[in-house]
Design a protein around this ligand. Structure first.
Ligand code: CA
Length: 224
């Protein structure tokens, strides 16, 4: 099990790294937000311990960057603040747990072990994103550039599918089977109509356009 610690305070960082190593876990240490995001995005970590107040990017920005990049490893926040707002913010952004400083190492280790046991698969992101488009799976809400988008249940399911597989061209038949539970031959016009409506809601009045038709193949959602 490999853990990344992102902590700018040298004493705390070294102490955590040493403690985790002694507990039989592998631990790397990043000392600022950029470094942390880079390492967490490229290394194969099972858990990230993330300080909130960091030079460069703060802990929330690092977490946002990770989730946006599709990294779903559990994240344990270390926060010196004990305000409910901050905890809620961290948890909403997809943190899995938090500890308020100062904490006992034994408690940190217990939380780390719990998170590692839960594993990656159970920790799917709950907000899917592309550019400034966000789909909140828990609240069942979509927004773009901070503006709320009202979607029907089918449109929501369609957008969720496109976002989960962004960058991939999805054939109409696949969309029909996943979103409508239909066979290809039934009525793919339904898919075309739904995509057109969804695109009007998601892309009209916004840049960049996210949903594209790939002629003869299907549809793709991508931010590039
Ligand atoms: Ca700090």
């Amino acid at each position: 099990m490999k853990i990344l610690i992102v902590e700018d305070e040298p004493k705390t960082g070294d102490y955590l790294k040493q403690g985790l190593t002694e507990a039989g876990l592998m631990a790397d240490l990043a000392r600022d937000g950029w470094d942390g995001l880079h390492l967490a995005g490229s290394g194969d970590y099972d858990l990230v311990i993330l300080d909130v107040m960091l030079p460069g990017l703060n802990g929330w920005q690092v977490l946002e960057g990770l989730r946006r990049a599709g990294r779903t490893m559990p994240v344990l926040f270390l926060t010196a603040r004990d305000q409910v707002d901050d905890r809620v913010k961290g948890l909403e952004l997809g943190a899995d747990d938090y500890l308020v400083k100062p904490f006992a190492f034994a408690e940190l280790l217990a939380r780390v072990r719990t998170l590692l046991r839960r594993g990656r698969s159970a920790l799917e992101p709950t907000v899917l994103q592309a550019a400034d488009l966000e789909l909140d799976l828990l609240r069942r809400r979509a927004s773009r550039g901070g503006r709320r988008i009202d979607l029907t249940a089918k449109e929501f399911a369609l957008l969720e599918l496109l976002l989960r597989r962004q960058g991939e061209v999805l054939p109409r038949s696949l969309i029909a089977s996943q979103v409508w539970d239909m066979n290809f031959d039934s009525d793919t016009n339904v898919v075309e109509v739904a995509v057109r409506r969804l695109r009007a809601k998601v892309d009209d009045g916004f840049e960049p356009k996210l949903i594209r038709t790939v002629r003869g193949m299907g549809y793709v959602l991508e931010a590039a």
